[in-house]
Design a protein around this ligand. Structure first.
Ligand code: FAD
Length: 839
């Protein structure tokens, strides 16, 4: 927004007599959206646009009175996450058309933006984002220093590496945006009631009863869009929303003659290495830094959130910004010529990872969240569409796990949220190198084995809050975190771990698997109706997949069948609340079937490699011969006097066992296995080695290559779809796709070594590389890395079927550089016939 608008809003602050609801509260609505900022209004507009006009928005005060009125209104397309770029690029497109669509005046200056690079690494980040942008029609362009000066004549470039241009960046008036969305929603029949705070909610007989001082309203669905008050509102639902208000400031200068003299507005300028944005505001400049020592507000009883902070700001605190102001003045000396006329210091809501919460409220039926937006102006449009899709259609066009509220689970409390949010804010513009994990909020969930593994030298990573060994550095110098996009310093160590497992045997603690014990009459029939494939026989283990109604991949679980109607369902640490809700929401109400969450009760050790049969036999006394204990079977046994379940599977693709034991027994069981393994050279390995080995086997990983962006068939999981079984969720859509042929298909590729540099492809969901056939963009890499047992760079991708069919040459761009790629026909590079697995 601009300064004069801010002043106008403040002047419009309602007096007491105005604090009456602006229209009568309807008694019912299909959806009630709580909160009238940019996001709430966008949700309402998109619900109405999709035909759900019977929706009501309740706003405590005036529209925009939360964080929206004072936002700087910058609308970048640039962002390192695929999901967020989809959200933001949808918004910027909508905003260019919105004024005309809803007939409302719109101050949206599409000035374009320059992003500065101080280093080669930064430029590589830009190239990576450029490749992502190309996939969704956002044309970022690399710029030389000269080109930057041509369009930004006040810029000092002598120490820069170059930059990047986003022609579609700009700034919008957030108040106008919100009012335009509100008008669009009202015109379509939706209702907005202002000065109507929600004070309580209750779920009664499948309906929400929402209480306000002006009466109650009943609704099928409810949306928390309460901005920085999301946690307060969340408590009414019994939900702890991970949200903290940080103080974010920008300053505005007095008019500058050189800008007054120009007839075009300057492009936006971002200096990510110095951590600020700078843009023209009327004839002055607006500077907003993300400083290192930002301040959190309203986190404990000594600093309570006031009942009403509408249209209010925190006190200025320019001292915190001194370094950034000086740095920006050196970069754009014109800035230093003008005095400061106004400072805006307002609450900006942050989740631990700085991304918003858009999706189902964890554990609460028919309730959704669209809150905790750090960049809620540029994200409002896309977020509104995403949530409306979720509510109206029951699923979204593309995967939204990056913003799904269920990505934060039971370890995320206020202290964790505050620590991570402050860390994220101070790294807002930092480069996210592969595998990097910032240090705050660690050791949230520890297994009793943690100290043993730390003593063995493990370097840990956080997996759904659980600490697991990532790799075992050879010396202290090797412990440093990832510090570039190049091949990391742990490359050789991880390679040695893989080769040791392949030659002898390795042990890795996988504690933190999410576990659900399913039991009772009809359990098997119920489970079969949810999954696309067959269930394993009693005594066996198998993978089961859950699809959406459109046939897209929702999740994968391993199902161990303990009895006819009894299963142990195991899924990833990060999938904990997602999968819990998926199962709970369709659990029949008969009372016969029980689902028990046993996640915290058990630990898992993976013992794998050609010597593992001898080690497990020595530790447990059972026969591990293939005839007695075949691949994909399980047996109870005793290790160190403790009852354990031994399951014959290995994600590493070697002969191997997962040993599942009581959490309290894991140290004793580990000690016994280590002792039994000593003569067989049993060694430690970590998650990085496991990831390398599973790639070589073509095994998928949830939310990297198993996402709801693609259907089961597109993901290459056809052999887990059984059309000859009774009905299951997604069957009709998959059957139709099966008949018509899939438009996209899963491929496994190897990449030639890089000619320049030593960069490995880095997939893992956020890092998307582009597959080209004949030079035409044809698909995306969903998962990638280096296979140390086969000595090759590997990429798994989903590509356009037709383009692939006519391709004579395939390339994958890694950080903007093309690499020749080759199809792996068997979808497995290592032991494609599973001979090693079978032992
Ligand atoms: C200084 C500053 C600069 C910024 N610059 C940018 C920028 O350039 N670009 C960008 O994208 N973002 C920017 N932001 C962030 C942006 O302001 C927010 O992300 C965005 O406004 C959030 O919108 P919202 O609708 O989620 O929340 P809000 O605007 O806070 O709206 C939430 C609404 O919910 C209402 N509410 C709360 N509780 C209840 C209740 N119990 N009952 C009924 N109503 C309730 C509140 O009154 C409020 O109106 C900036 C933030 C700050 C502080």
């Amino acid at each position: 927004m601009n300064e004069s608008d801010a002043m106008t809003q403040t002047a419009l602050e309602p007096n007491d007599t105005a604090r009456q609801p602006t229209s009568a509260l309807p008694s019912t609505a299909r959806v009630v959206v709580i909160g009238g900022g940019a996001v709430g209004c966008s949700v309402l507009y998109h619900l109405a646009s999709m035909g759900w006009a019977d929706c009501v928005l309740l706003e405590k005060n005036e529209l925009t009175s939360g964080s929206t009125w004072h936002a700087a209104g910058n609308c970048p397309n640039f962002v390192g996450s695929w999901t967020m770029m989809k959200i933001q690029s949808y918004s910027t497109k909508l905003y260019r058309e919105l004024g005309a669509l809803v007939d409302y005046p719109m101050n949206y200056h599409v000035t374009g933006a320059i992003r500065l690079a101080h280093s080669r690494q930064r430029m590589e980040e830009f190239r990576h984002v450029e490749a992502m942008g190309r996939q969704m029609g956002v044309e970022f362009q690399e710029m030389s220093n000269r080109e930057m000066q041509d369009i930004y004549p006040f810029l000092e470039t002598h120490d820069l590496y170059g930059g990047q241009w986003d022609p579609l960046d700009g700034d919008i008036d957030p108040a106008q945006l919100t009012q335009a969305l509100a008008k669009g929603a009202r015109d379509l029949g939706a209702k907005i009631v202002r000065f109507c705070p929600v004070t309580a909610v209750e779920h009664v007989q499948d309906e929400w009863v929402i209480t306000t001082p002006n009466g109650t309203i009943r609704a099928e669905y409810v949306v928390n869009a309460a901005g920085y008050r999301a946690a307060e509102l969340g408590r009414m639902f019994g939900r702890d929303v991970p949200c903290v208000s940080l103080a974010h400031q920008y300053l505005i200068t007095e008019p500058i003659a050189e800008l007054t003299a120009r007839d075009t507005k300057l492009p936006l300028l971002r200096d990510p290495d110095s951590s600020y944005y700078l843009r023209q505001e009327k004839d002055g400049l607006l500077l907003g830094p993300y400083e290192k020592n930002c301040r959190a507000h309203w986190v404990d009883a000594s600093d309570p959130m006031p009942d009403d902070f509408s249209f209010q700001l925190y006190n200025d605190d320019l001292e915190r910004l001194e370094w950034y102001i000086e740095d920006a003045c050196a970069r754009v000396p014109l800035l230093g010529t003008a005095g400061i006329t106004r400072v805006v210091n307002g609450p900006i809501p942050y989740a631990p990872d700085g991304l918003p919460l858009i999706g189902p409220m964890p554990g609460v039926p028919n309730a959704f969240e669209a809150c905790v937006f750090t960049f809620g102006i540029v994200q409002a449009g896309g977020a509104g569409r995403l949530l409306a899709e979720m509510i109206v259609e029951g699923e979204t066009e593309s995967d939204s796990w990056a913003v799904d509220p269920r990505r934060f689970t039971d370890h995320v409390d206020q202290a964790y949220t505050t620590a991570k949010a402050i860390e994220t804010y101070s790294h807002e513009y930092a480069m996210h190198f592969p595998q990097i994990q910032w240090p705050a909020g660690r050791k949230a969930k520890l297994s009793p084995l943690y100290d043993r593994l730390a003593a063995a030298g493990a370097e840990f990573g956080s997996y759904g809050g659980w600490e697991r060994a990532d790799w075992f550095p050879k010396n202290d110098a090797d412990r440093r975190p990832a510090d570039s996009y190049d091949r990391q310093h742990w490359f050789d160590t991880v390679g040695e771990e893989c080769r040791h497992v392949a030659a002898h045997a390795g042990i890795l603690e996988l504690t933190g698997f999410s576990r659900f014990h399913l039991k009772g009459d009809g359990a098997a029939d119920w489970l079969a109706s949810l999954v696309t494939g067959n269930l394993p026989r009693v005594g066996r283990i198998g993978l089961v997949y859950f699809a959406s109604a459109k046939g897209k991949v929702l999740t994968e679980m391993s199902a161990t069948r303990l009895a006819e109607d009894e299963f142990l369902l195991i899924t990833g640490a990060g999938a904990y609340w997602h999968d819990r809700d998926l199962l709970n929401r369709s659990l029949p109400d008969t009372g016969h079937i029980t689902l028990t969450d046993t996640t915290r009760d058990y630990a898992t050790l993976l013992v794998t490699g050609p010597k593992s049969p001898a080690i497990i036999a020595a530790a447990s006394g059972i026969s591990t011969a293939q005839a007695d204990f075949p691949w994909l079977s399980h047996q109870p046994c005793q290790i160190a006097g403790c009852g354990v379940a031994a399951i014959r599977v290995s994600f590493a693709g070697e002969a191997g066992w997962e040993i599942h034991c009581d959490m309290a027994d894991v140290v004793a069981v580990y000690d016994a296995i280590m002792a039994a393994g000593a003569p067989h050279q049993l060694g430690h390995f970590g998650m990085l080695a496991l990831d390398s080995m599973r790639l070589e086997k073509g095994y998928r990983s949830w939310k990297s290559d198993l996402t709801s962006d693609y259907t089961m068939l597109e993901s290459g999981l056809g052999r887990w779809v059984k059309f000859d079984k009774d009905d299951f969720v997604g069957r009709a859509a998959l059957q139709a796709e099966h008949q018509d042929g899939s438009q996209r298909q899963f491929v496994m590729l190897t990449l030639d070594d890089p000619i320049d540099g030593n960069t490995d492809p880095f997939g893992e969901a956020v890092y998307l590389s582009v597959v080209q056939c004949y030079g035409v963009d044809s698909g995306l890499v969903v998962s990638s890395g280096y296979g140390h047992r086969v000595n090759k760079s590997i990429a798994m991708a989903v590509v356009d079927t037709d383009k692939l069919a006519s391709a004579s040459q395939i390339t994958v761009t890694v950080l903007g550089r093309p690499r020749a790629a080759h199809l792996v026909p068997a979808h497995a590079l290592y032991d494609p016939n599973n001979e090693k697995l079978r032992g």
